[in-house]
Design a protein around this ligand. Sequence first.
Ligand code: 7RM
Length: 656
Amino acid sequence: MSPEPSHNPAIEVYGLEDRTFPPPVEVACDALVTGNELHEEAETDYEGFWARQAGDLLTWHREWDTILEWDLPYARWFVGGRLNAAENCVDRHVAAGQGDKVAFHWEGEPGDTRTLTYADLQIEVCRFANVLKGLGVTKGDRVAIYLPMIPELPVAMLACARLGAPHSVVFGGFSSESLAGRIDDAEAKVLVTADGGWRRGKAVPLKDNADVALATTPSIEHVVVVRRTGEDVAMTEGRDQWYHDLVEGASADCPAEPMDAEDLLYLLYTSGTTARPKGIMHTTGGYLTQVAFTHKYVFDLHAHTDVYWCAADIGWVTGHSYIVYGPLVNGATSVMYEGSPDHPGRDRWWDIIERYKVSILYTAPTAVRTFMKWGTAEPAAHDLSSLRVLGSVGEPINPEAWMWYRQHIGGGTCPVVDTWWQTETGAIMISPLPGATTTKPGSATFPLPGVAAEVVDDAGQTVTQGGGYLTLTRPWPSMLRGIYGDPERYQETYWSRFEGRYFAGDGARIDDDGYFWLLGRVDDVMNVSGHRVSTAEVESALVDHPGVAESAVVGAKDEVTGQAIVAFVTLKGEQEASDGLGQELRRHVATKIGPTARPKTVIFTDDLPKTRSGKIMRRLLRDVAEGRDLGDTTTLADPAVVEEIRRRATEAPSED
Ligand code: 7RM
């Protein structure tokens, strides 16, 4: 345990992780970046640095006049420049002779497959763009997309981009109510959906859900329905049409609309502290520049040889930036998979990696921890030697999961890049570069070239060592341009807590070597007898115990200490919950971190409630914990608790 901090820090941090992993020779010898050159170039002139990336990575119809106009909190990048996103993702690769190159190796959950080359993609995108045009969609109109992970999803997004019609993709796991709210906020004119999608062998009834939503969405004039599952669906005369019928007669020739660099590319809704979700706005030139830059350098992309797989859903920003726009701008070959990781068996991912020889895998800590729970036999039974870089995103990745990922998926040699970013940042902001950065398990390491991040204390003073609030001190090309229809909320949410800084809502720590350690949302920081302890750190200590698969830690109101630490714990398959084990876990945390961080109560449960994007629903757990009489010891696997978690999780709105 490190000594108590001497001043009054925003977040106290005790845990120390001293393992380090320099870039492996096999990666470094051929890596795009092996030293500090990009960071140095960017620090000398960061606007010029981004302009060079914009010029190198994208094709422009007209060059920009000004790199950046910054009038806090409003940024305009590459002002006066004109380009089209679909053209950058598709046409220019075909024109450069790459038409036969595979853009997507797509695999459906039932095992059906489709291969889309860049030439195929061009035809599909143009045809569907003409379909949309025929339905009256013109530049500036919003199009809502509610599809499963099938090729028509990226095709529909790119068709919108081709016409300059911003898309609003709504994750297929969202309810009718969420869909309706998002359609109404954006006043979308057209909805693109499907009869359904496959998930764990079952057909998810997307069209049925959409029909419920459509009862309260007056702006929708047309609905286009992709046939995926073949289930019977109701088609409303005059409003609903089949995708395949429309596309059949459509021309494959559709000129791309030259867009202003600052024209809206898409809206993506993300939930905030209030019930009303925020329509995060992303524009064209800056967004594409930074997603292409980060996709190329963070994953050390060798576009001619790599097979890249981001296993997120396109309904989240990770899918927008790192399944669709980043990889396609870079002309990469990707895998895209429709379904769940345990269908038909728990080795589905490893089977996919082996068959397509995936070399770069990008996923979330929650997936890694699920695989840990399932054991090492499944990945060990497959040849995963094609992998060379592993990425993580979405939550803090605890050192044990990081080590497991590197060892059992990465064969003990692949660099792990822990990438910190948000829907609002549009692209990765803090991450190692696999050929250049010495990593530490659980640390996202350093801000990327061109990115300026600082940790500050409650008063907004810079913290150079220790814990505090993570802020961004300069505009960046892929930053959100606002919240759709609500400029005040934009200013208030992101730019008011610390003057002149963007506040991300996350806590972070900087260690003695200047490494950044993300500590999760500051709303998740607990206050125990005046000590501000991060939930992420206690969770990490718990998962470090060999019996623990996953944990979620919350601060519950406590008369004596203000808040008391309550740990919800799921155990690995072979472990039995017992009072003794509960005590052992409490001791384990006290030893790893310090007595302040010792959980008051440990509650064993089979499952943790998670959002659709895999983030733990701590607010819900806090309610469960606060509704109970917490003894000073552990609570055993209490069926009532488990029941309550389940009930509340089902009742909770299906927001992210
Ligand atoms: C990409 C994405 C954003 C929030 C963010 C953090 C958390 C994301 C990491 C992380 C620690 C990471 N967008 N987060 N990545 N925390 N380490 N590498 O997830 O808008 O859905 O969520 O996710 O709290 O603010 S998001």
